[in-house]
Write a protein that binds this ligand. Structure first.
Ligand SMILES: *[C@@H]1O[C@H](CO)[C@@H](O)[C@H](O)[C@H]1NC(C)=O
Ligand SMILES: *[C@@H]1O[C@H](CO)[C@@H](O)[C@H](O)[C@H]1NC(C)=O
Ligand SMILES: *[C@@H]1O[C@H](CO)[C@@H](O)[C@H](O)[C@H]1NC(C)=O
Ligand SMILES: *[C@@H]1O[C@H](CO)[C@@H](O)[C@H](O)[C@H]1NC(C)=O
Ligand SMILES: *[C@@H]1O[C@H](CO)[C@@H](O)[C@H](O)[C@H]1NC(C)=O
Length: 196
């Protein structure tokens, strides 16, 4: 019986551990460093700092996940020739996973960069000294979300207008889904322990 009780305890603790690791992972060092550097760059141009947008961050995470299997070459990331960007046929589904749709995101911009081991200096110059600088220099963009996987780091810029504000499609979608699921599992585990 002791082992059964242990299993139940695990069932309660596991979601807590997962939730903690999720929180830590969502704000990793490379992303934090890039955000600070980009906002310093903006300040040097007398532009307002980008504010963090959680829905854009969700999309950036999902896109980094899509790119991660591709190797860095001189035609990927910021070196991509405009018009030859990798197209993901499941882009609408990716947006949906972040409770977004094309109407609220079409004025935003997705900027993938590939740098071996995400060397911070090269990551920054890949944004500020490439074709991407046109977007970073633009007052139209006001918000940002950053996601990274392996050698890829993706920056998503948002605007203040309806077409690029990255507001969730449908109000029900604003419930923080992940947290809710873990909470439900936790409660289930809690009741199982009570019943045993
Ligand atoms: C930013 O503003 C300062 C003070 O107004 C000015 O001296 C500087 O030239 C400006 N820099 C740019 C890049 O516009
Ligand atoms: C990219 O790399 C290929 C081969 O690795 C080379 O032939 C080509 O000239 C390079 N292009 C640029 C723009 O550096
Ligand atoms: C986007 O907006 C158009 C026009 O308002 C509408 O017809 C379409 O259904 C919208 N698409 C989504 C995914 O909401
Ligand atoms: C971008 O990163 C690559 C490494 O993937 C590097 O070779 C290149 O010089 C960087 N470009 C800029 C403009 O910093
Ligand atoms: C953005 O601003 C920087 C600094 O003024 C400049 O070097 C760069 O050429 C600009 N980028 C574009 C695309 O105009």
């Amino acid at each position: 019986m002791a082992s059964l009780r242990f299993q139940h305890l695990l069932l309660v603790l596991l979601p807590v551990i997962l939730l903690l690791s999720y929180t830590v992972k969502s704000d990793n060092d490379e992303e934090e460093t890039l955000l600070e550097s980009i906002n310093s760059y903006r300040a040097s141009l007398n532009l307002t700092a980008f504010t963090e947008n959680n829905n854009a961050e969700c999309l950036a995470d999902k896109m980094a996940d899509k790119y991660k299997k591709q190797l860095c070459t001189n035609t990927t990331g910021s070196n991509t020739v405009p018009g030859t960007e990798t197209q993901f046929p499941d882009y609408p589904q990716i947006l949906e996973k972040c409770h977004l749709n094309i109407n609220g995101t079409k004025d935003g911009i997705v900027m993938p960069v590939c740098v071996p081991r995400l060397d911070p200096t090269l990551v920054l110059t890949n944004f500020t000294q490439s074709q991407y600088s046109a977007y970073l220099n633009d007052t139209k963009y006001t918000g940002v979300g950053i996601g990274s996987e392996d050698d890829w780091i993706v920056m998503v810029l948002t605007t203040n207008t309806a077409g690029g504000a990255f507001t969730p499609a449908g109000s029900a979608a604003s419930v923080p889904n992940v947290g809710l699921k873990f909470l439900l599992i936790s409660l289930l585990g809690f009741f199982l322990v009570l019943w045993s």
